[in-house]
Design a protein. Sequence first.
Length: 492
Amino acid sequence: MRTGSSGHLKWALFCAVAAALVAGCATKNDPIAQAGKQDVAKGVPAPGIAETKAIAEEAFIYGLPLVMNYAVMNEFVLDKNSGQYKGPFNEIVNEARVFTYKDTAVVTPNSDTPYSMLWLDLRREPMVISVPAVERKRYYSVQLIDGNVYNYGYIGSRATGSEAGDYLVVGPDWKGATPAGIRKVFHSTTPFGLTVFRTQLFNSEDMPNVVKVQAGYKAQPLSAFLKQPAPPAAPKIDFLPATTAGIKANFFQYLEAALRFVPVTEQDQAIRARLASIGIGPGKTFDFKDLSLEHKAAVLLAMKEGDDKVDKYLATGMKNINGWKIGSVFGDRAFYNGDWLMRAAAAKGGIYGNDAVEATYPMTRVDATGATLDGSKHKYTLTFPAGQLPPVNAFWSVTMYDGKTQLLIENPLGRYLINSPMLPGMKKNPDGSLTLYIQKDSPGKAKEANWLPAPSGTMYLVMRLYWPKDTPPSILPAGAGSWKPPAVAASK
């Protein structure tokens, strides 16, 4: 997912060879057709070349979020030597820090709020998540994400208020009455899933207060909550090792592994059946090495074409407002309703993003003229007119990412974003407007409070509007609201 220019070159060359191999499937006696017959004769569970290619492209688009999530789960929970390890299943891991350039498992990471993370294993029994009372001025949210990368529920300032409470999270097979004392039940479509706690940090001196809030987050099995004996332990699983860096090279192996823990639903039963026809799915093995060279080429070409469709959606599938792409691309199962391309684009754009009502994410790679943002060529400014800062109930930010990797960049200030809590220390223009200076070198001491350091190369900017206001001026509905972000301007 995060290859550099050399990786892109290899990918392009490989796909050029693949295209040459697959091209010209005109007659039933050509080499492609003969290869297909040979595969059938060997018992390889693959249909014809053209159909295999079509299904493999569907598989890439459908499976990309599942594979990305599976790789992150490996790095965060399963591999203690990954360099990104957080802790075991069913234990909340609090981080008294914000993400930096050293955090590489998740693309487009949030550096606004210290994270607490909880990877749930719901096979044995449901889990109870408890939150403390949180002061009303401090925004917090608990985002529940399952293995389908659906946001299946929220706890927090917007969704449930600032009061303390206990919430039940259940797996796909659980059936039962709501226990006394539980405020709400959340249903995951998969047995494994990520829960992300975001706690607002006002400034660096505020971290001890965030730590106190984090100490109030708790997770326990339902049996412990009810003070009852625990059920038998769930069977041990030998997970296929995976890394985020290995997604493209091992895509179908990772997809096979991920699908073991993604039960078929009404929305995906048709595509899961098509995947099964080429051997992808629980109990089946898509053994890439057993395919003919032509079949392999078709599959690899399909992956590239599927990836291109995802990129095209990111470029054109959302509303373009002053160069910023704005849309609503994150949600629950009903929200996606089988739109696998939107789900894949959402994951590639920034996996684990929030529903638009929780946070809306204008994103851009271009300036006011449509030219690619590049810190090695230009200095830029972003100016909010007086009285036209992003309209939110919580807070807003503008975060800088490397244009190729979508990761935070190392810089001399250790500053990865500018957000609304920083406003008291920033300088406004005489007319009351606010200008951010977006460039690789300091704009000078007088302007440094307003400086967002940029890479010496292409860049990717993401605004985050947490708990956006729903009355005008508002960015909602995402892409059609009355508030519009200003364009990024290249300095002359």
